[in-house]
Design a protein around this ligand. Structure first.
Ligand code: NAD
Ligand code: LMR
Length: 367
């Protein structure tokens, strides 16, 4: 082998005129072109130093789909970034403090938002609205200014209201694309799989995805248990299971006793959802479906009848993803009478939550 060359075989015929090795320079060039292409993939975590932000960033540091992870927080972001940047995966990590939101978000492909305050025992998610609404509005302004084409994945509560805030701000700035804005309600599906498994360990909780429709708080969370293959739960079992899924967040808030709400299971769910979005939009993987809280005009034709009867423009439902984000909002699954009662209760509460978020953004533009 010639010194300074890699012996990368291009052809197996010994007498071929085609060179059997690639010069190191050519390999370096190809590698750097690939790096340049890949390095466009910037994912920003807003609230990266928090209870969710840190483990979420850790999990996302492990995917090669991301080339640059920008950690933005009003506290500690450079420290968290320095720590994560020692992990031996390819992506670059940068930390951005309070004054550096624009720098963190510039040209981002995806912005994930777990910024804001969590619940303490006795609080509802809606009790977080007064603080979190303004935080989300300002971050949405940052998206509009710095990365108007980005996919925006909202974790901060109350999701039923924070997603409408993001959408309204982007509308005001003329950059709203409903196919790209998602409320992450994945934790409800994750809990459903786990809690069903606890009653019936014949299912594989990791591969049994449960459709959860409605929204992300209390009665707006409607798990569609009837579609899990082989389920024959009694009414009493369904009551317990449904209540546990709807109030799973409270279980964690109570157990943490003032130290916050779900962080690790949320980071797991959030990383799963973020990777799904990247696999569909960057890697072009098809057929990926998750339940997520979206603006229904993302698939206006297929949701027109539902919007007309419920007067809802936002809803969590199974969504199929494509290169542009929402590819299809799947039709509502056929519901049992039990699930239909749950859905009716969800719809009236959701209208209130959604209106509250949208009205806030309209009445309180950032000055
Ligand atoms: N969607 C879900 O299923 C789900 C699950 C769990 C928690 N949550 C919600 O996620 C949010 C975060 O929870 P947590 O436990 O990580 O809270 P946390 O307090 O531990 O972390 C929040 C982080 O946000 C940062 N922050 C505050 N204002 C900011 C701003 N303007 N810009 C950037 N960063 C800012 C804080 O400094 C903090 O580091 C809460 O609203 C919580 O209710 C949602
Ligand atoms: O319950 C909370 O406040 C956090 C989160 O929404 C959850 O479902 O765990």
């Amino acid at each position: 082998m010639v010194k300074g060359r890699f012996n990368v075989s291009l052809h197996s015929t010994p007498n071929s005129d085609i060179p059997r090795t690639l010069p190191m320079e050519a390999i370096a060039l190809i590698f750097s072109i690939l790096l340049t292409i890949v390095s466009l993939l910037l994912v920003v975590i807003c609230g990266a130093s928090g209870g969710i932000g840190q483990p979420l960033s850790l999990l996302l540091k492990q995917t090669d789909l991301i080339s640059h992870l920008a950690l933005f927080d009003v506290v500690n972001a450079p420290g968290v970034a320095a720590d994560l940047s020692h992990i031996d995966t390819r992506s670059t990590v940068s930390g951005h403090g309070k004054e550096d939101m624009d720098e963190a978000m510039r040209d981002a492909h995806t912005v994930v938002i777990p910024a804001g305050v969590p619940r303490k025992p006795g609080m509802t998610r809606d009790d977080l609205f007064n603080i979190n609404a303004g935080i989300i509005r300002d971050l949405a302004e940052g998206v509009a200014k710095n990365c108007p084409d980005a996919f925006v994945l909202v974790i901060s509560n109350p999701v039923n209201s924070t997603v409408p805030i993001v959408c309204e701000v982007l509308k005001q700035r003329g950059v709203f694309n409903p196919k790209k804005i998602f409320g992450i309600s994945t934790l409800d599906s994750v809990r459903s799989s786990r809690f069903v498994y606890e009653l019936d360990n014949s299912i594989d909780p990791q591969t049994t995805r449960v459709t959860v429709i409605g929204g992300h708080s209390g009665v707006t969370i409607v798990p569609v248990i009837s579609h899990i293959p082989g389920q024959r739960f009694t009414k009493d079992q369904l009551d317990v299971l449904t209540h546990r899924i709807q109030y799973g967040g409270d279980e964690v808030v109570k157990a943490k006793d003032g130290a916050g709400s779900a962080t690790l299971s949320m980071a797991y769910a959030g990383a799963h959802f973020t990777k799904t979005i990247l696999e569909a939009t960057v890697a072009g993987k098809t057929g990926l479906v998750e339940s997520t809280f979206v603006n229904l005009t993302a698939d206006a034709d297929s949701t027109a009848a539902f919007r007309a009867t419920t007067l809802l423009d936002y809803f969590a439902q199974d969504v199929e993803f494509g290169r542009e984000g929402v590819s299809k909002i799947l039709p509502l699954p056929a519901l049992t009478a039990y699930e239909q009662v749950l859905l009716d209760a969800a719809i009236s509460e959701l209208r209130v939550d959604v209106t509250k978020g949208a009205t806030f953004a309209i009445d309180n533009p950032k000055v």
